[in-house]
Structure formats: structure tokens, C-alpha cells
Design a protein around this ligand. Structure first.
Ligand SMILES: [Zn+2]
Length: 239
């Protein structure tokens, strides 16, 4: 297969059209999607200090790489990383090396101390690496457990921890984990482990993947429905 835009050897099939893209044009498309989420959500301010949480997943490494690319030209912006120790003996040499290679300050932080660390180091926002599947899974979970107001906590900005922390941003919420994995492979970002999740979360993810296979586009429709419900809930609250 050849790239629709330049004719070079292709690596990625576009979901709806069946056309293909090469490495360069897939990378541009992926970065454009993430930048659109950032722009439309107003996620980055000029003087922001963003603390990226590195949990060992590929998603968190891609989140760091993209934010570093965007923020580096701005001398007022600060980017740092927290290697989040979940207490299960996680090992972060790959993440440390990557941070050093791109010049990002990084510290090992215990899972329960992230908020304190963020406040202590002067971070204005925490960057989470939730992707479209995480967002849809959390939305579905809120509906299944009859906690519709938990949907309000979703979206491109939230609080860390919910309702009592500092603001958290999700720059990857509109890209899928498959696209994130491919982006990492093509751009030589060290790939991480799978995200650690409980059995219930894994079941929901599998359910969402099954629905997507049966009805392509379902994930994005569910994300759009989630965003509509969020808007309705916040309009109801402000009226
Ligand atoms: Zn191309």
C-alpha cells in the first residue's frame, strides 16, 4: 500500500476511507489531533508548569514527548515529569533515560504523594495520559454504576484527585491506544508496559473493543455522547 498524500510506502490505514498514510503523514495527522485537543480545550497557558505523570505506559511516554515538542520553544513554560511509584516494584530506568535524552527534569514520586509533589514543585497542571478508550471506559462505568455525575469529571480538564486537587489535563483523550502505540514505534519513543488496571476495567475495555470491531467508529461516538452529557449536566447546574 502507498500513502495517499505522497505515494511512499504506507504504514497506517485511515479508519473510514480505507486510504493509507506513510510514517511522516501519519505522524503529522496524530500530532494535529493532539494539538487540536490542546487548542480547543485551552489546555496550555504561556507560563504553565506541567508535571507529566509517567506510569510506565507507552501512553505516558507519548504524552511527555508531545508536550515537550510543543512547550520547548516557549521559554516561560516548564515541563517536568514524575515517575509514579505504585508500590509494586516498578522500575523506571527506561523512563529516566528518556527524560535525560530530551532534557526533562524527573523525580520518583509515590503514588499517593503526587498531588503534594505537584504543589511543592510549583506545577500549575498535571498531565494525565488517558486515551479515548480510558475516557469511554470511565463514562460507561459511571453509567453502569448509576453515578451519572461522575461523567462531569471526565473531559479534557479535570482535577487531581477529582474535586480536591490541582487541575489535570488529558491531551491524548481523542486518540486511540492503537494509534499511540504506532506513533511510539515509528518515532522511537521507548514503549512501556500495559497500564495496570483492575479486572472490571479490563472487562469494560474488552467490551468497548468488541463493539468497535462490530461497529467501527463506536468509540468516537461514545466519546461524543459523553461530551454531550457533560455539557448538559454543567448547563443544568448553572441554570
Ligand atoms: Zn506520505
Amino acid at each position: 500500500m502507498n500513502c495517499l498524500l505522497c505515494g511512499k510506502s504506507a504504514v497506517y490505514e485511515l479508519r473510514h476511507s480505507g486510504h493509507w498514510l506513510c510514517k511522516k503523514h501519519f505522524t503529522q495527522l496524530f500530532e494535529r489531533k493532539v494539538k487540536k485537543t490542546i487548542r480547543q480545550g485551552g489546555l496550555l497557558g504561556k507560563g504553565d508548569h506541567i508535571l507529566v505523570l509517567l506510569d510506565g505506559s507507552t501512553q505516558s511516554m507519548v504524552c511527555l514527548k508531545i508536550l515537550n515538542d510543543i512547550m520547548r520553544p516557549n521559554p516561560k513554560a516548564v515541563l517536568s515529569a514524575a515517575l509514579v511509584d505504585d508500590g509494586f516494584g516498578a522500575e523506571f530506568s527506561r523512563e529516566s533515560k528518556y527524560c535525560e535524552s530530551i532534557g526533562v527534569e524527573h523525580n520518583l514520586v509515590q503514588f499517593g504523594k503526587v498531588k503534594d509533589f505537584a504543589l511543592k514543585c510549583g506545577a500549575s497542571k498535571i498531565a494525565l495520559s488517558d486515551d479515548v478508550e480510558d475516557e469511554v471506559k470511565n463514562s460507561l462505568k459511571a453509567l453502569l454504576e448509576f453515578r451519572p455525575h461522575d461523567i462531569e469529571k471526565l473531559g479534557e480538564t479535570t482535577e487531581y484527585p477529582p474535586k480536591k486537587g490541582i487541575s489535570a489535563i488529558k491531551v491524548l483523550r481523542e486518540v486511540s491506544d492503537a494509534d499511540i502505540t504506532l506513533y511510539a514505534e515509528l518515532n522511537e519513543i521507548p514503549s512501556g508496559r500495559f497500564k495496570i488496571t483492575g479486572p472490571e476495567d479490563r472487562q469494560l475495555r474488552q467490551m468497548i473493543d468488541t463493539l468497535e470491531r462490530m461497529h467501527p467508529g463506536t468509540k468516537y461516538q461514545m466519546l461524543a455522547s459523553t461530551d454531550d452529557i457533560r455539557k448538559m449536566l454543567s448547563e443544568k447546574q448553572s441554570s
